[in-house]
Write a protein of this length. Sequence first.
Length: 408
Amino acid sequence: MAAKQDKKDTYSWEGTNKKGERVKGEMSGTSPALVKTELRRQGINPLKVKKKAASLFGSKPKGKILPKDIAIFTRQLAVMMSSGVPLVQSFDIMAKGTENGALAALIATVKTDLEGGLPMADAFRRHPQYFDDLTCNLIHAGEQAGILEDLLDKIATYKEKTEIIKGKIKKALTYPTAVVIVAFIITIILLIFVIPQFESLFSGFGANLPAPTQFVVDMSHFVLEWWWALFGFIFGFSYGFSTLNRRSKAFNEAVQRASLHAPIFGEILTKAAIARFARTLSTMFAAGVPLVEAMDSVSGAVGNIVFKNAVLKIRDDVATGTSVTQSMAETGIFPNMVVQMATIGEEAGSLDTMLGKVADFYEEEVDNAVDSLSSLMEPMIMAFLGVVVGGLVIAMYLPIFKMGEVVG
């Protein structure tokens, strides 16, 4: 029966409301009869209920649901509920207000589950690709304690800060990567289209080319003759790396461990992981979620296998009676300042507050590190482009300069 209930189709319906006005819309359900029953429960007299036919490419709504969409959705839900808007009506308003078809369909599905009497936490758990354990656990705690509005606000704040820090990390990694790719493309274009033109010009000189020029000409010959192997290697390496990283747990863990030791970027990734750890644990602890249970959600939120394993060790230690701060110190990956602040918070009974301050500090550290990196990278990138492109141009003009000297 449960499996049958999970399989829902979308039905378009027409009917009349209590005022006799003609109304129409769409609703997900397991059968036309159940859709009619739900419409009558809402005070609508159904006249026509028809299953929507799937399109040639499937009935998947247009649009893609990104983490930032879930963050915005959570904030809107928190604001509406704190303003006294009923839960189901809040979902209805958000479903009609979003231009993202996939998000609207998700909200409508959750709304239908809520109308069927399912708790919000359980309705969200049906969509684990969009609502993580942390969100579901906090909502469950809020429903049980009658403080759902407060916890929705905490979830929204958490997700907003998480998305901000993710954006900072992407900014730090994307800029230099994009420049290297552009430099590579420019170099290939010069070697394929420009260098051969200069080579035909040099062939009439009747003299040996300077070493830098000859090296560039040889590179051009290699690219023209082996371009298929070069691009095949690049594509194969990229595809193989991404496939291994996605499918091989050992390879993915090795990449994550190595990333923490990368020059410059490793420090940013480490600070970001500490910020996520502190922010997540602070949010869970403030909501009254048991510490051991909270650690499961924290381990999935830190974003790096090294910190995930450390959090799982802390969870096991706490379950056997060890204090959280003592276990943090024993892992050896948390800076002394983090451990000391957590110790003070644990002794004062305000661990969530202290962890929140730690998260604020490290989020600001990531922000400053990314800004500093951007300022440092700009002149370095300009120098890199100058050396690569300028070096090619100078190598091509060396024979012309040499000929001018001979003529002079």
